[in-house]
Structure formats: structure tokens, C-alpha cells
Ligand binder design. Sequence first.
Ligand SMILES: Nc1nc2c(ncn2[C@@H]2O[C@H](COP(=O)(O)OP(=O)(O)O)[C@@H](O)[C@H]2O)c(=O)[nH]1
Ligand SMILES: [Mg+2]
Length: 300
Amino acid sequence: MAIWDKWRKGLERTRQALRARLEDLGGKGASRDEMLDAVEEALITADCGVAIAREVRAALARRPIEDMPDAFREELGRLAGPASPLRFAEQGPTVWLLVGINGAGKTTTAGKLAELYGRAQGRKVVLAAADTYRAAATEQLAVWAQRAEADLISGRERQDPASVAFQAIEQAEKRHADLVIVDTAGRLHNRQGLLDELGKIGRAVSRALEGAPHEVLLVVDGATGQNALAQAQGFLGAVPLTGICVTKLDGAAKGGSLLAVRKALDLPVKLVGLGEGLEDMVAFDPAAYVEGMAPAFGAK
Ligand SMILES: Nc1nc2c(ncn2[C@@H]2O[C@H](COP(=O)(O)OP(=O)(O)O)[C@@H](O)[C@H]2O)c(=O)[nH]1
Ligand SMILES: [Mg+2]
């Protein structure tokens, strides 16, 4: 499937929710205030949150009425931020660390990244199973490793996750792998325990390889809408995050949560998950996002 079709299909539910609010505005002589109300409501329906909905409303209020459809798209684009490519090492293996709460989509994302930036682009990938609390977590990553033709490095059950990450990088260097993707656990006995562990993994990765990790990506579940925000904020401070991966944008009419998370964390969105399959991950493309989200005013 062409990339733009993936975006359009993935964001279909959000687009329909927006359309339901905006379709009556075209060519029917809606007043300026009716239009602004509809836009604000539509954005709240799509889970952009009240702050963003008001911000967009205020920006549109400054524009002539005939500009509103374009201004709406421009505002979404501005709030989405620029595209921000993932960082690779100049030499030796690149290391990306995935963090986020349980169920956010880390393990699935690790597999999809191994496909997108590994197999599909001719890079040799090592997947590191640093969620050692459940045997099932390693098994799940092993399935993805097989699908994406990546190597899997796993520890013993309960082995220190930081040491698994360290070993994975050592192995990657030995095997001349290009990319190491470290999957981590999302739940521990308490939040501080989790943050301490992530900090330790981050330090182990830096010790294993100068300049690593090249990305620390916070994986957030976009289908939880505004709850994604609370999830994300809980991770600030554990490890220095470099970007956001918003998963499950296909799962609900809550595509606007991406804007809320980006604004709250002030970090670039780098990746978006648009489905459960191996190829359902795309680099974030603000233009495609806006296109996928925004129905034309008045469109049926
Ligand atoms: N629809 C959809 N489901 C996803 C996406 N990413 C992950 N999932 C599903 O979310 C669930 C939890 O994912 P998992 O990777 O195990 O989360 P983890 O606990 O963070 O490792 C699984 O059922 C995945 O198939 C996505 O982009 N779209
Ligand atoms: Mg997992």
C-alpha cells in the first residue's frame, strides 16, 4: 500500500469524526461563530484536548471566513511540527531504546522498526529483549525478530535488563549489525522502580557504546486519547527522551491526541503506528497526517 493510503486508512476513524462535525459548514452560509464553534468541538471530539482546540479556534478567528478551511489545515500542520528523522550513528551500530507503559505498543514497535529500517533497507538488526520480567515478553519479541529477519538477544528470566542491553550491543558489534533496538518493560512494582531501571539501562547502553543511545523513543498509545498525555508525562525525567512514537492511531477516532502529546512534551513525533501488522509503521509526516485528519469543510 502506498504510504499516503496507509495514512488515510489509518486515520479514517478520526477523519470521519471530524467530518461529522464539519460537513455542514460548506456553502450553507454558516456564520463565523458557528464555524468556529464547530471547529473547536470537532477538535475536542478528535481528542486534541481543550487547550489545542481553543488555540486553533483563536487562530482561525483572526482569518477571513473564506480562509478557514485552509487555515484549519495550516494550524494542524503547525501543531504537528516538522518531520524529524530518526538518528543513526555515523559509525558502528545505531542504538534505539523504546520506553513506555505496558500495552503502549513497544514490542510491536520494535518489530515494525526492525522491518522498516532494517530488513526493508538492507540493515542487519539486533532486537534486545530487555523486558525480562515475563517470559512471554521475550517470546513475543522473538516472533517479531523472525518476521523481520532480525537477530534476537535475550537474557535469562529476571536477568538485569541493563545487562541484556549491554550484551546486545556487544553482540551487535561482533556480528557487524547496523541497528540495535532495545525493548523494555513498562511495568514494575512502582513508578520509581521503573524509572530507576530505565535510567540504568540508558547508562549501560552509553557505557557499551560511545554516543549511544542515538534515540530514546517514548511509545504512547494514541488510542487512549487524552490519557496518553498522563502516560507520557510519567516518563519525563527517567531517561532523556529524544522523540515520540504514537501507536494505534488507527484504533480509535482519537488521532488528535498526537498533537496534545507533542505539545505537552515538546518533543518531536518521529513515528506513527497505523495498525498491528509488520508494515504498519511510518515515519511521521506532518503533511500526510494533516491530509489524513482533515476532511474538506463541507465534504460529504
Ligand atoms: N491497532 C493497532 N494496534 C497496535 C499498534 N501497535 C501496537 N498495537 C497492539 O497493542 C497491543 C500491545 O502491544 P505491545 O507491543 O505488546 O505493547 P508493550 O506492552 O508496550 O510492549 C498489541 O495487541 C498490539 O498488537 C498499532 O499501531 N495499531
Ligand atoms: Mg512489550
